[in-house]
Design a protein around this ligand. Structure first.
Ligand SMILES: Nc1nc2c(ncn2[C@@H]2O[C@H](COP(=O)(O)OP(=O)(O)OP(=O)(O)O)[C@@H](O)[C@H]2O)c(=O)[nH]1
Ligand SMILES: [Mg+2]
Length: 295
């Protein structure tokens, strides 16, 4: 951790990074979680530095690699020099941002962008939601990046197999889940197939929301945020200050969960990482079935 805010004893929200290959669904996921799009349509097609989104109404700004900050216009984010920018800070009043910050990363293997652009942000991150394309899931390039992640981050991270609607038969769905589960064994806290598109289209329709795979995923995400909140609000008693307990910041109370995420919390179809050997055989039926029905 290299920002002043993250020193021991600090109280802050957990920071969850959205990572993965180009076009895997990272920005779609951030829109889904926030219930709104933070960026104008044309900007989402542009290569951006990591976009760090927090709760609030502050004016957006960029943080230069030397630490200086400068206000930016949301309509002109494409003009921001990617190599010189550590991150872009955006503020929105979205429910999920009351309990965590989201950091939307650029794709990991973009030939036109140095990996330093996002690698330098990794020390700020508490957990990752990794998006992997169902049709080319868990490529070597993804495994290589994940190998370098600290175990403390990996164990609270989630692997989302996105664009699951693109796999049109049950056999393929089962095969992908089984292989990815095997190849990432012990490296994620949970693995979930999901169609982000169907989740967004579900609107307020509970059955469609569950069928998209978003239900089980968000139920697990709630657990993760609760764990991370305990970690990031943990206060260590400084020795010189041990008698003045009133000076010590109290941890924030259990997070109030966003309505959308709450709604999915009673789902029982959670697939955790490191599953028992029978699990991969069960999965295709329990998760892919509803997706098949709704497509
Ligand atoms: N069919 C389908 N399309 C999806 C899904 N998730 C995302 N998409 C589409 O895939 C395209 C890329 O999604 P993004 O969210 O922009 O992907 P990204 O990972 O942010 O991409 P970069 O930031 O460019 O690396 C968009 O057109 C999405 O609508 C999904 O689950 N199913
Ligand atoms: Mg994106």
């Amino acid at each position: 951790m290299n920002s002043g805010e993250t020193a021991s004893g600090a109280r802050r929200k957990p920071r969850i990074a959205l990572m993965g290959e180009f076009s895997a669904g990272k920005s779609t996921l951030s829109n889904l979680l926030m219930g709104q799009s933070p960026l104008p349509e044309k900007v989402t097609a542009t290569r951006l530095s990591p976009v760090w989104i927090s709760y609030g109404t502050r004016t957006p700004y960029r943080v230069d690699i030397d630490g200086t900050t400068e206000p930016v216009s949301i309509d002109r984010l494409e003009e921001i020099p990617v190599q010189q920018t550590r991150n872009i800070r955006l503020f929105l009043e979205a429910d999920i941002l009351e309990v965590c910050d989201l950091i939307d990363f650029p794709g990991i293997s973009d030939p036109n962008m140095s990996s330093a652009v996002w690698e330098r942000m990794l020390p700020e991150v508490d957990a990752v939601i990794w998006c992997t394309h169902a049709t080319q899931a868990w490529r070597q390039s993804e495994a290589a990046v994940w190998d370098e992640m600290p175990q403390a981050v990996r164990e609270n991270s989630i692997l989302l197999i996105t664009r699951f609607d693109k796999l049109t038969n049950e056999k393929d769905r089962g095969r992908v889940i089984k292989r990815v589960t095997r190849e990432t064994k012990g490296q994620f806290g949970g693995i979930f197939p999901v169609s982000l598109l169907q989740a967004i289209q579900a609107g307020e329709d509970y059955d469609r929301w569950e069928a998209s795979g978003a239900g089980p995923f968000t139920a697990h995400l709630i657990d993760v945020i609760e764990i991370l909140t305990k970690l990031t609000t943990r206060t260590e008693l400084p020795l010189y200050n041990i008698d003045s307990l009133s000076d010590i910041p109290q941890p924030v109370t259990a997070p109030v969960m966003p309505r959308r995420v709450q709604r999915a919390a009673n789902s029982s179809r959670t697939v955790r990482g490191d599953p028992d050997p029978d699990f991969a055989d069960d999965l295709p039926t329990s998760i892919a079935d509803p997706i098949l029905r709704s497509s």
